[in-house]
Design a protein around this ligand. Sequence first.
Ligand code: SAM
Length: 321
Amino acid sequence: MSASTELQKLRSVATGFMGARVLITANTLGVFELLERPLSAQSVSRRLNTSKRATEILLDALVSLGFLKKSGRRYQNSSVSNRFLLRKSPHYQGDLLRHYGNLWQSWSGLDEVVSRGEPSSAEFDFRAFIMAMDNIARFKVKEVMRKVRLKGVKRVLDLGGGPGTYSLAFARKAEEVVLYDRPETLKIAKENIRNDPFKDRVVLKAGDFMVDDLGEGYDMVFMSQILHSYSEKECLGLIKKVKRSLLDGGMVVIHEFYLDRTRTSPASGALFAVNMLVNTPSGRSYTHEELRSWLKKAGFRVFQSDRLQETVLIQAEKRGS
Ligand SMILES: C[S@@+](CC[C@H](N)C(=O)[O-])C[C@H]1O[C@@H](n2cnc3c(N)ncnc32)[C@H](O)[C@@H]1O
């Protein structure tokens, strides 16, 4: 690689925060909800109660990034903003951007986190976090459901099910889905699933899955994006606990970000490990081999592993009782 290409790469990583912050701020202020139709910077600033000069600079930067179009003195959403940043859109990603605003606060303490080895104590908008999981899952759920072996599955435990996006998908195939999460999450989930025709098959169960009982008699336990918040020892303990909650021949399905054996690739997994370093006391991304080895140690037989985009889906069957 030439020196100038290397320099470009370095600067592009180092200044990545600028575009990210412009987008996060515009989403927080509600710029995109206003700009379904063309408006001048002055009209936008009047409606948002913001400084006209600052708003104009922000809007021009959004045009440069492709999130707005400018015609004369008027600004309007680009197609990407109309598709992903309007609340009424089925592809809405605005909660995820608000959650990135959360992460902005916690990641800003990374210097200190690395020095002290303890997570950030920055405040968190919890609703944005939970609904961000819905924004992500909407794009994953079909692929996940296509891969999962659902034959004969009647009762599912969606452990740490968050907003209930996956629970609703399982509810279309199973008789009952127990969405297990903390009480504060379940309030949000209840609201999120309230208009779905299959919501009555979803039973909300409040608890801390690390300490409380999980119930029993499940055909399948779905664990999507929960292990990365915990240490290796805690993960193994939880998988053993899950095994006890399953019927004989029952299955566990793990859906997680992953790393290769070197723990350096893919970059999404390596950077997500930093996210967990910043936001949890003992979590990180795990390798495919680590996930499989815990399943084996806990008494499961892995029968299928699939790489999805940025995540891995591992399915395993309970051995013995
Ligand atoms: C990253 S979200 C994943 C949500 C969902 N499974 C998905 O894949 O979209 C993790 C979820 O696990 C829940 N969670 C984490 N630790 C928990 C615990 N000890 N007890 C109950 N729920 C927990 C969080 O409240 C959150 O809803």
